[in-house]
Design a protein around this ligand. Structure first.
Ligand code: SAM
Ligand code: SF4
Length: 477
């Protein structure tokens, strides 16, 4: 039985938690749609290309399409949707680990309380400043701050670190959007971090299956599945409407997790009339103290397929891919409409300022698969014709739900996102890029300008680009 929420009737304490994700229902849906005909698969792809969010049933059809030909058609569908809707820009960000003290015992994480080898560090405000200066010096404008779960990292502490990051200005550098990935809080706590000016609040359910959840969350507050699955509802109640969901792939069957994510999206749409801002889908990586059996490991083939399916299922939600994935996988799934990636990532505590390239598992949460510098990632993106973007305009103009607008407002990408990508890219090219990247970047901007047939708008954009070259910063549409 589906659980339907009515926004008008809804109260947080009334939420029927036990039914939020109904495992049996999800398995039934998957079973009902086994061995779909090629016609049915094509029909579903066409519905997505027609800009409809897919239902659980329709998504199950794509998940069950197992022949090589049909998988290729799904991937082509995702490519086409990306081309039609999202254009060429890719938003870049970096994670910054603030503290790895943790009272929880997640079997997959290097920060788990049982891992006595882990060196525990909490950055002081001076150390945060040093990290942020390094990040600004490489060209970043958007960060996600990451925290273990510990009484020390309460809402006040988190809010203070966010304010601290915003206050650091080095040269022309500044961080214009700070997102956070932190343990669930109560409504009062969420209000405190909202007031510090966070962008997105992100928390992953890890796995939507209750039994699988209990198998790996061995102790601490995180063991409480219900507290976690309602985290983003409390965030919404506190006024944070930009929220990010996610599943940690490898804890349970990926087919189930894709439908779990979609079920979570449905919930937000039904209750708040707005879906989550972003979806993340990290794959499990080795970590110090790691203790998870490999029975649900997601292969490269399954991973690229599931990203294409997610793109088609939720055509207006931002998809985030992280440095956990190796470069060749990142390059493939970018074609399916991943909208944000991190670049120049270092997940070691104090890793940006210590400039250590070697990974040391006793200082970090897990291994990463892409050690390229931000400029190397930029080069790669430019080489493929993507427009790297550091844009934060929507957030600062209070245009929330930007991914939805990109998708649903005709011309939004062309009039706002692409120009802002070019303007922030020009800032990068002026302030941080080596000569070679600079040349490539401006060439790509010139090519993109040709697409603007409206003379007046093109002139306005060219004028702003010239102003950036002359030293003005932070211009946006
Ligand atoms: N402590 C908070 C929490 O657990 O929600 C926030 C920070 S936690 C470090 C951020 C995310 O890292 C987790 O939600 C989990 O999905 C991911 N993670 C943990 N261990 C991982 C591993 N071995 N491989 C890949 N991702 C991992
Ligand atoms: Fe702690 Fe988060 Fe790691 Fe779990 S995933 S051990 S809560 S830091």
């Amino acid at each position: 039985m589906s659980v339907i929420y009515h926004p008008q009737k809804y109260k947080l304490e009334d939420l029927p938690m036990q039914n939020f994700i109904d495992s049996e229902e999800i398995w039934e849906i998957l079973k009902r749609n086994e061995n779909p005909s090629p016609e049915r698969v094509r029909e579903v792809i066409a519905r997505s290309l027609d800009k409809h969010r897919l239902s659980l049933e329709e998504t199950a059809v794509l998940i069950n399409a197992n022949t090589l030909d049909l998988i290729e058609e799904i991937k082509n569908g995702a490519r086409e949707l990306k081309e039609r809707v999202y254009g060429k820009r890719i938003v870049l960000f970096a994670p910054l680990y603030i503290g790895n003290l943790c009272v929880n015992n997640c079997a997959y994480c290097g920060f788990r309380t049982d891992n006595k080898k882990q060196k525990r560090i909490t950055l002081s405000s001076e150390e945060i400043k040093a990290e942020v200066e390094m990040l600004e010096d490489s060209g970043h404008k958007r960060l996600i701050l990451v925290y273990g779960e510990h009484p020390k990292y309460d809402a006040e502490f988190i809010a203070e670190t966010v304010r601290n990051v915003y206050s650091v200005k080095k040269g022309n550098g500044e961080i214009r959007r700070v997102n956070i990935n932190a343990a669930p809080m109560d409504i009062e706590g969420f209000k405190v971090v909202k007031d510090a000016g966070i962008g997105t609040y992100q928390v992953f359910q890890e796995t939507y299956d209750r039994n699988a959840y209990l198998k790996v969350h061995l102790g601490g507050k995180k063991r409480d599945y219900d507290w976690r699955i309602t985290a983003l509802d409390r965030a919404q109640e506190a006024g944070i409407d930009d929220v990010g969901i996610g599943a940690l792939l490898g804890l349970y069957d990926w087919r189930f997790e894709v439908l779990g994510l979609l079920r979570h999206v449905n919930h937000f749409e039904a209750v708040y009339n707005v879906g989550p801002h972003t979806i993340s889908f990290p794959r499990l990586k080795q970590a110090s103290g790691f203790d998870v059996k490999p029975e649900f490991e997601v292969s490269d083939e399954e991973f690229t397929r599931l990203v294409a399916i997610l793109r088609l299922a939720v055509p207006y939600t931002g998809l985030i891919l992280t440095a956990r994935e190796p470069a060749h996988i990142r390059d493939e799934v970018l074609q399916f409409g991943v909208s944000q990636i991190d670049g120049g990532t270092n997940i070691e505590m104090k890793g940006y300022s210590s400039r250590k390239d070697q990974q040391d598992l006793d200082h970090e949460q897990f291994t990463i698969g892409d050690n390229r510098t931000l400029n190397e990632v930029m080069e790669e993106l430019l080489g493929h014709g993507y427009l790297p973007s550091f844009c934060t305009a929507c957030y600062r103009l209070k245009r929330t739900g930007e991914h939805f607008m990109e998708f649903s407002v005709p011309g939004f990408i062309k009039r706002f996102c692409q120009p802002n990508a070019m303007l922030t890219m020009a800032e990068y090219l002026e302030d941080y890029a080596p000569a070679e990247t600079r040349e490539k970047g401006y060439k790509l901007i010139a090519e993109n300008l040709k697409e603007y047939k409206d003379d007046q708008f093109r002139e306005k954009l060219i004028d702003r680009l010239e102003r950036v070259k002359k030293g003005e910063r932070d211009l946006y549409f």
